[in-house]
Design a protein around this ligand. Sequence first.
Ligand SMILES: Nc1ncnc2c1ncn2[C@@H]1O[C@H](COP(=O)(O)OP(=O)(O)OP(=O)(O)O)[C@@H](O)[C@H]1O
Length: 252
Amino acid sequence: MTEPAIALSLRNVHKNFGPAQIIRDVSLDIPAGERHAIIGPNGAGKSTLFNLISGAFPPSSGSIHINGIRADGTRPFQINRSGLSRSFQVTNIFHNMSVYENVRCATLWALGYRYVFWRFMSGLKDVEQRTEEVLDLIGLAAVRDTPAGLLSYADQRALEIGVTIAGDAKVVLLDEPTAGMSHHETERAVALIRKVTEGRTLVIVEHDMSVVFGLADRISVLVYGAIIASGTPAEIRADRKVREAYLGEEAA
Ligand SMILES: Nc1ncnc2c1ncn2[C@@H]1O[C@H](COP(=O)(O)OP(=O)(O)OP(=O)(O)O)[C@@H](O)[C@H]1O
């Protein structure tokens, strides 16, 4: 049997801010199609790791490959073009624009239509089609004309996921997609994430352990900027170092 391709590969990645070592020698291979969660205590460096992968800033040393292409040292939009898209902890949608316009705008950007005046764009069939697909996928077609700012918080997060996957990226990074949600909203969000990442590679940072253990094929545990364990949910649950450092007895 052939090994699955590696969608995301980090080799000996370090990130220092001044004298502070925030990411310490992280190496990680995530196969294509895997759902991978990164967990760890507050301040462990999870968002920093996301920022390195998505090109917000370069690593101090080490290398990052996305779909086999060297990504460190390139700009976020170039990384986006190599097939990686990310969401942010704080919602990143345009509140005054309708749900439809938010998705359409993300689709336009992702399909390469840039700096073209809005009113000239009505005839772009590929954009229309992808926008409709995404609206259906995220279950917001019925509220397409609603300004995004008037949606419930959970629907805003669903819209954000739609905006993230509008360009059909094969590698999707989601930063705390269920933060601030009720139990019911979280269940809905997990079902949505499962659906929209079908056939893609997902890397998710998440604090809710029921989400992590329910969704992830593999989990990496980051503590003080270093990965102390990587494995299946069962392996992570059974790992003594992880229990001591992070999960506590509740996960035992
Ligand atoms: N641009 C920056 N300059 C200096 N220090 C930073 C910068 N970004 C992050 N840090 C520091 O890096 C450390 C890790 O922060 P980071 O936000 O990556 O952690 P986290 O694991 O995502 O935390 P949380 O779970 O609370 O979101 C923190 O001590 C933070 O203060």
